[in-house]
Design a protein. Structure first.
Length: 884
DNA sequence: AACCTTACTTAGCACTTCTTAA
DNA sequence: TTAAGAAGTGCTAAGTAAGGTT
């Protein structure tokens, strides 16, 4: 990877390998005293406190735990967990079917192409994180074409926006940034430019006027409805107008005074409370119990409906989901004295309800425009009343003002509580947070609010307790609000601060890899993984959560080593997304992990048994203010992105090519962070279709070439390529293809005949006879015979009036189409399981993107959607030279 | 435990592409 | 050949679960 070698950290290779060359083996520390057990003597404590201890005949190995008592806190039972790898055979509780859907789904996502170890001598000499480097870099390079799924095609049609830069706003942002960080940080450039999104519709017109402005636009929207034609146009204008809004008021990044103490979040806060899901309206569709329809009280019917709606989905097939649901459901049914008593899940048949919902969906789809419009208006009205609040007098958007409606809890992965009934939340359970003098919004009719508080150190407007996991839920401001923006800014500034410190920090942990104290060694090793692989911290988890891990909670079974220094990681991370990668690691890291895994290693034992995230973070805080484990993820993501963007973007190139580079850089970051998405269900089919499409093009090419040669046989010498067969086309396929073509042709003929007949019927004319249809079909037969002949002779007559020139023109067109289709295909394949959104939204400093847009003259709209532009307003005031 | 960020899935719709009719 | 409509895809925004940090 020559391109990563020029990175500044290249010099660290020496340090990394030469550092303390004598002390690099495992047993030097046998003598180490200290509260920490010396490494060599250390024994893997084998008694695992089982928090759940039912079925455990297994591994009751009695051995004394060493010195401290580190194990008590271990929450994960040591019950041998079958790793998800071999999901085909059983599972702790013998519930195969529970295991399999999830497991198979996940395994789809695993990135098989990544599994070979890369031999890449230049490992340590670059800043590029291992996880990205090990596989994705070469991968991305290997295929010349990728991404820009829509970029390419949409580029042509997308509305053209002008970007306007008003050059000289002053630079308080820079000041703020500079003042907040260590002096080494490069201030955010002096002459600030603003990337502003201007549209044809919105000129300077809609400045300010706050509140009234909005109600106006809402009113006019209603008017728009009955204006016949220009409807859509006006609608668009309105939309864009909104975008500009009260910019100055909320532009905190243009204002002075970054207050160091940010524990106080607001001085005044007023809002209209929250919106509750409407009460349940019974539909009266009866479920069957033991084959007979039964009547349910509305409350019971509602819950039955929750399940009915999910019938035939993965959830509804999941035994744990079923059990949890049924426990809550039968209890509720009993409470309402349902007859007969519902005691057996297997006797429940929810299909009538399911069918009903299917029909309702269909109905909804077929609603008239007016009905759909009415629904939209209703939503808008809600936004009007609950969608905004006033924070320090400024109007700000509220995020999730809707209290979560009741339903069945859909835990991800193997969540033990999945399927439990999530109860309806009532105003009495909700606490509101607002200014003391704010008008308390009316609670819904017949209800009162649980509590009203005035805590200016909190950003939430409302909170309630959810019944399934007993966790607290909040209503926060929207992502585009000043509060969120400020903390986003802060997050990225911390990451940039790390950029300046990371050299030292790396040096330190590399040194610590050989420390005599076990704890320090573990800490250093974990830090290495967090830094180089962008792993999450990995907090401890409770029993009633899905079994997922991060760095500190990795267990033995998640890591396998292969000499000389290759490490395989395979575990379920956040959201039960599988992390499965192989990479070369630092030699000492390799040794350490081997050491940690020393016998008697057991599945279920933690790799870093001395380490907790809190301790790791405490240490990090001592290295740099504000530094925590997650900052490394942000830092590495943004750094990698900037780095790759610089390398990949072509100076001269079309907008599409630049976008391609952007998306590739984005994708690398996504791979680094292991951001995945489910492969869409139709993916394979779609790919097959594309392959066939390309073949069909090639078939046409072949025919055209033969036509040319038939018309002008002399050309065979001049242009021998005309005689060459198309790749990827064999005789069998051609034959099949032609059969299909003819079949389609016949269908068409038939349809035409039928339609024509209908017309004649309407006009009271004599209908076409079957005979006529037959003659028409005969033409097709003729054509088919012709094709067969052509196949044998290799001579093709071609269409009427075919000339060599026309054919050649068509050939060129076909080549273009093939190329375009192929690009799209490669792109699609690469993208099928990588989710770019998460990194774009949370990890990549938006200022990198803003600067890039300026530098390469790409409109911001091409890379940020409306909501993202809104969220990143604060970042748009950088000039082209800004760097992370 | 509180509180805020990050993560994935999904509903709904916009955009493309394919068909059909003129 | 073009315009309009239908069907198929892909994207955005919403929703809420699941992380990290204090």
């Amino acid at each position: 990877m020559s391109d990563s070698e020029d990175l500044p950290l290249a010099l660290r290779k020496g340090q990394l390998n030469d550092h303390n060359p004598s002390a690099d083996d495992d047993n030097i520390d046998d003598s180490g005293s200290d509260s920490d057990t010396p490494l060599g003597k250390r024994k893997r404590p084998a008694i695992r406190k089982k928090v759940i201890d039912d079925e455990d005949e297994d591994d009751e190995d009695i051995q004394s735990s060493d010195s401290g008592a580190p194990l008590i806190k271990r929450t994960r039972p040591a019950v041998k967990r079958k790793s998800y790898k071999d999901d085909s055979d059983d599972d702790d509780d013998g519930d195969e079917s529970y295991d399999s859907p999830a497991a198979s789904k996940k395994s789809n996502r695993s990135n098989s192409s990544l599994s070979e170890a890369r031999d890449d001598s230049s490992d340590s000499d670059s800043d590029t994180p291992l996880a990205a480097k090990a596989k994705s870099l070469p991968k991305a390079k290997a295929n010349g074409t990728s991404n820009g799924t829509n970029g390419t095609s949409r580029a042509k049609v997308a509305p053209k926006y002008k970007e306007e830069s008003d050059s000289d706003s002053d630079a308080p942002l820079a000041k703020k940034a500079a003042s907040k960080k260590s002096p080494t940080t490069k201030p955010a450039a002096k002459p600030l430019k603003t990337v502003k999104v201007k549209t044809e519709a919105s000129s300077s017109a809609s400045r300010k006027t706050m509140g009234s402005d909005d109600s106006k636009s809402a009113a006019s929207k209603k008017r728009v409805k009955d204006e016949p034609d220009s409807k859509t146009k006006v609608k668009k204008m309105k939309k864009e107008e909104e975008e500009e809004e009260d910019e100055d008021e909320n532009a905190w990044w243009l204002k002075e005074g970054g207050n160091e103490d940010d524990s106080v979040k607001w001085t005044t806060l007023t809002h209209n409370g929250v919106y509750f899901a409407p009460e349940y309206i019974p539909h009266g569709i009866k479920m069957l119990y033991d084959g007979k329809p039964i009547s349910l009280a509305p409350e019971v019917e509602e819950v039955a409906s929750f399940f009915g709606a999910l019938l035939f989905t993965e959830h509804a097939e999941n035994p744990v989901f079923q059990q949890n649901f049924f426990k809550d459901f039968s209890k509720l049914a009993k409470k309402h004295k349902t007859v007969p008593d519902i005691t057996n899940f297997k006797k429940c048949d929810f299909t009538p309800m399911h069918e009903y919902f299917q029909k309702e969906k269909e109905k909804k789809k077929n609603m008239s425009k007016e009905q759909k419009q009415a629904i939209k208006e209703e939503k808008l009205a809600l936004d009007e009343s609950y969608g905004f609040c006033y924070l320090d007098g400024r109007k700000e958007k509220v995020g999730n003002y809707r209290i979560e409606p009741p339903g069945l809890f859909r835990g991800r992965g193997k969540h033990p509580k999945t399927g439990c009934l999530k109860l309806r939340v009532h105003p009495e359970q909700v606490t509101l947070n607002m200014s003391k003098d704010a008008t308390v919004p009316k609670a819904p009719h017949g209800h009162k609010w649980g509590k009203i508080v005035h805590d200016d150190t909190k950003t939430w407007l409302a909170t309630w307790k959810e019944n399934v996991n007993d966790s607290t839920k909040y209503v926060f401001l929207a992502a585009g609000s000043s509060l969120k923006g400020q903390s986003d800014f802060k997050k990225f500034e911390t990451a940039r601060a790390l950029k300046n410190e990371v050299g030292n920090i790396r040096q330190a942990y590399l040194r610590d890899l050989k420390d005599k104290k076990m704890f320090i060694r573990q800490r250093a090793t974990a830090l290495y993984l967090i830094d180089r692989l962008a792993l999450r911290a990995g907090n401890e988890k409770g029993e009633d959560e899905a079994d997922t891990v991060g760095c500190c909670s990795l267990r033995f079974e998640h890591v396998t080593l292969e000499k000389p220094n290759i490490m395989h990681l395979d575990f379920l991370g956040k959201d039960s997304i599988r992390y499965q990668k192989t990479m070369e690691v630092d030699e000492q890291v390799f040794k350490n992990i081997r050491l940690f895994k020393r016998e008697p290693a057991q599945e279920g034992d933690e790799l870093f048994d001395r380490l907790k995230t809190s301790e790791l973070n405490k240490h990090l805080q001592s290295l740099m203010k504000g530094l925590t484990a997650k900052v490394f993820r942000t830092y590495n993501a943004s750094f990698t992105f900037q780095d790759q963007l610089d390398k990949l973007t072509p100076r001269k190139g079309t907008a599409a090519e630049k976008l391609l580079a952007y998306n590739r850089a984005n994708r690398l970051v996504a791979v680094l962070c292991n951001h995945q998405r489910a492969v869409s269900k139709g993916h394979a089919v779609q790919m097959d279709k594309i392959v066939d499409k390309i073949r069909a093009f090639k078939y046409q090419k072949m025919k055209l070439k033969k036509t040319i040669l038939t018309l002008e046989p002399k050309l065979k010498k001049k242009q021998p390529e005309l005689a060459e067969p198309e790749s990827d086309l064999d005789d069998e396929w051609i034959e099949q293809h032609e059969v299909q073509l003819m079949a389609k042709e016949r269908e068409k003929v038939k349809l035409k005949w039928e339609k024509e007949n209908e017309k004649k019927k309407e006009n009271k004319e004599k209908p076409l006879t079957e005979k006529e249809l037959k003659t028409m079909l005969k033409e097709v037969d003729e054509r088919e015979k012709e094709l067969v002949k052509e196949r044998k002779s290799g001579k093709v007559t071609g269409a009427r009036g075919a000339t060599v020139e026309k054919c050649e023109a068509q050939l060129l067109k076909l080549d273009e189409r093939i190329a375009a289709t192929r690009t799209a295909m490669v792109d699609k394949e690469e993208n099928k399981q990588t989710a770019l959104g998460t990194s774009k939204i949370n990890y990549i400093d938006p200022r990198i993107s803003a600067a890039w847009c300026q530098k390469y003259d790409v409109p911001l709209e091409k890379i940020f959607t409306k909501t993202l532009r809104d969220k990143f307003k604060w970042a748009m005031t950088v000039d082209a030279s800004w760097e992370f």
